[in-house]
Design a protein around this ligand. Structure first.
Ligand SMILES: Cc1cc2nc3c(=O)[nH]c(=O)nc-3n(C[C@H](O)[C@H](O)[C@H](O)COP(=O)(O)OP(=O)(O)OC[C@H]3O[C@@H](n4cnc5c(N)ncnc54)[C@H](O)[C@@H]3O)c2cc1C
Length: 448
């Protein structure tokens, strides 16, 4: 059971994304699961989280690992995101983190977020995965004059608390650096983010995992789960796997009943992306936007955008609460309108691709990687709050050592990721909570 329109869970069809149109096909074996099998660890979900955990379990711990993926390799968010490899897998402010976890743990989490970005960069380089890395830092731009002081205050706080090395730019300085838009009034550049081709990344990762001995099964949706005698048996249409350990790595695509212990704790949320045709050098100059640094604005319902290596502009934002295709078309229209307000010189530059997908929020507003309470040897890794390229990769890599029994949970991961999120109050109303939040945030973005 899932919270949204079933068309968003058609595992047989790829989204019509720019990434699907430009990534090389996955050239390794990933046959659907057929017949009855055993494994040490069975993993549900073949995105960054599932595959990174699988790789460590097989390569470093010599375990027999089966990954069951409902779609093709890269079907989920890992194959369709904006490609910002960045910190931010949490919806708690640093002030809230400090009061909930203390200053030392918050400092630890701050460091881990940066480490996660470096981890992906190092992984791509070490494994020879050409994920078309671009940009050198992430720009946060003030969408209202009133947000300029907030950016300055944020910079001061981050520098004093964590020794952060971000740089502040006025509107004029932004224009000089190739971020020219009258829609923005100042910017804060943090150093560690970069952009990548998400589907090239996840397919490269899948190749490395299969080469390391991971048994990867695409088109193998888990539809049943039995537990007996310390073994969990996951059932797909044509087969089943019995394993002592199970890792749930389905994030925004999680089935509410698989297992029931996870139901009611996650809140998938839609986000949408458009990609234009390639923009010529003259057109780029006419707008004055030439930087490839991933950029997002200060709205609560933020827009994120970046110039791709072939000079197309990727522009993303909130995707509403209706996953039907009619609603999708309406949202894409709104996104396009905002794109034209931000980049008026590109009003004539056509959109060539548009698609959407689910990110995953939690009741605790923090991500989770650890044991699922009340279920023996069942693990979860999810809740990346729309910023999982780096954190899903890193956290799953670390969690694998815990699953293998090689490292303690509290040594592997910071406290922020250790607590299983609780159930939402009246979980059946989750999407309505989101609707209400969108109305409130939209008003804040407009008037503050
Ligand atoms: C449009 C969009 C833009 C985004 N932009 C960014 C960005 O720029 N930067 C960033 O850091 N993050 C971004 N994100 C979020 C990021 O993509 C995710 O946090 C990350 O990919 C999560 O990885 P994952 O492995 O946890 O989940 P996923 O990649 O979603 O993988 C989960 C997999 O589980 C599979 N699955 C579900 N149910 C079953 C089942 N029953 N049986 C078998 N398999 C199942 C699904 O098919 C899916 O492939 C974006 C997400 C979207 C949708």
């Amino acid at each position: 059971m899932r919270l949204y329109h079933p068309s968003a869970f058609d595992f047989t069809t790829a989204v019509p994304s720019y990434w699907e149109a430009t990534a090389p096909a996955f050239d390794h074996e990933a046959p659907p699961l057929q017949g009855a099998h055993t494994a040490d660890v069975a993993i549900i979900g073949g995105g960054y989280a599932g595959l990174h955990a699988a790789l460590v379990l097989a390569r470093e711990h010599g375990l027999k690992v089966k990954v069951l993926e409902a779609g093709h390799v890269g079907w989920g968010a890992s194959g369709r995101n904006g490609g910002f490899c960045c910190p931010g897998a949490v919806k708690l402010s640093y002030g809230e983190l400090i009061s909930r976890f203390g200053l030392d743990e918050t400092k630890h989490f701050y460091k881990v977020q940066r480490d996660a970005v470096y981890f992906v960069g190092d992984f791509l380089a070490a494994e020879g995965i050409d994920a078309q890395r671009t940009g050198n830092g992430q720009m946060e731009v003030a969408h209202k004059p009133s947000r300029v002081e907030e950016l300055k205050a944020e910079q001061r706080f981050m520098r004093e608390t964590f020794g952060d090395d971000s740089a502040f730019y006025t509107r004029e300085e932004l224009a000089e650096r190739g971020f020219d838009s009258l829609a923005f009034h100042a910017g804060l550049l943090s150093t560690e983010t970069f952009g990548l081709h998400p589907l090239r990344y996840v397919r490269g990762l899948a190749r490395v995992a299969v080469d390391a001995g991971v048994e990867l099964h695409a088109r193998s949706e888990v539809t049943g789960w039995r537990t007996a005698g310390g073994l969990h048996t996951l059932v797909t249409r044509e087969g089943e796997v019995s394993a002592r350990h199970v890792l749930i790595a389905t994030n925004g695509y999680t089935d509410e009943t698989l297992p029931a212990a996870v139901g009611g704790r996650l809140l998938p949320a839609l986000t949408r992306i458009i990609v234009t045709r390639p923009i010529s050098d003259n057109e780029l100059k006419a707008q004055g936007w030439t930087s490839t640094d991933p950029t997002y604005d200060t709205r609560r319902l933020l827009h994120y955008f970046r110039l791709l290596p072939d000079n197309r502009m990727l522009f993303g934002g909130r995707g509403g609460t209706d996953a039907s295709s009619d609603a999708m078309n309406r949202i894409i229209g709104t996104l396009r309108q905002t794109f034209e307000e931000v980049f008026p010189a590109w009003k004539h530059v056509e959109t060539e691709y548009s698609w959407g997908g689910f990110v995953c929020l939690t009741s605790s507003r923090a991500p989770f990687a650890g044991p699922v309470p009340g279920m023996e040897n069942v693990w979860g890794a999810f809740g990346w709050h729309g910023n999982g390229v780096a954190m899903a990769s890193y956290a799953a890599n670390r969690l694998a050592g815990v699953i293998a029994g090689a490292v303690a949970h509290d040594k592997a991961l910071p406290a922020v990721l250790q607590g299983m999120p609780g159930r939402f109050i009246m979980p059946s109303q989750r999407v309505n909570y989101l609707k209400a939040a969108y109305v409130g945030y939209g008003l804040q973005d407009k008037w503050r």
